[in-house]
Design a protein around this ligand. Sequence first.
Ligand SMILES: *Cc1c(COP(=O)(O)O)cnc(C)c1O
Length: 350
Amino acid sequence: MSWKDNLIKIEPYVAGEQPAKKDFIKLNANENPYPPSPKVFEAIRDFDAGLLRKYPSADCTGLVKAIAEYEGLSPENVFAGNGTDDVLSLCFRAFFNSDKPILFPDITYSFNTVWCDILRIPYKTLHVDKDFNINSADYARENGGVVIANPNAPTSIGRDLNFIREILEENKNSVVIVDEAYVDFGGTTAVPLLREYDNLAITRTFSKSRSMAGMRLGYAMGSAELIAALYAAKDSMNSYPVDSVAQAAGIASIKDEDYFQSTIKKVIATRERLSSELRGMGFSLPDSSTNFLFAKHEKYSAEEIFGYLKSRDIYVRWFNKPRISDRLRITIGTDSETDALIGALKEYIK
Ligand SMILES: *Cc1c(COP(=O)(O)O)cnc(C)c1O
């Protein structure tokens, strides 16, 4: 035995590349191409750095209150953390302490398996069909919890409230997490179901629709009991997670609904334009309810298109994984970035 045998053995999550050079088009991490609300700029500029002397509000009082008001909930139903990744990892710790496996689709947010491995949570993945649809009936089996991203990633497919309800009906004895990272781009939120199911937890992020990936803000919504379990998990790890600047910036973002809606509208319009351009070039793709597309070309390999676009300084995402290695995940950029992408693809596909 060596101490080396005791080191962590885990295949970590791999994020989209962040090249150090300037002047490239980055469509590989589902970031928003537009800046955050001007109110966020203001909040950061006017932030009194003297306040950094003190610890931040441990339970994000102001931010939680703003989110609760926005969502029509009470503060005891909201928990804020350092991005959804932080919130989800606390959810896994707080909710999944059963010996039975937790269930999630084989094609979904790939952090799920990483957390299960590191937290030693048993899990079972269930096949999505050939069109990447999740079959709710598959989730009617014994389990220690369920995790569904809706809309799903990287497939971009959004499902209706009935689908989530079917899963909840079959799973009254375990916690069901619905990850709504992309819901603002045209998905259907499960928030109305919170009143009916106290075992439902919904997570959201400021990284995509609120253009604040660099700030690290996310939140969970659920029954008071689930939220209390999240606080217990958080306070056992680190009692002060979200810093004061991020809390102030988050409140400013929530309070600027007009800007939020106008940014989303622009992204959706560009998404629809790019979808039809891609289909015209021989790509097939599901209708997207997100800020990205999941496209496959009939003739050209995804890996080769990926490499070609990279040589043209356009970064998209290609996953070298079973069932999806023939596809590209393309984030919706600005209109001019999208024009450059379309131009490059047209040159390649002749
Ligand atoms: C981006 C993303 C998240 C995490 O977002 P954070 O930046 O950690 O807030 C969670 N789930 C899905 C499906 C995502 O795509």
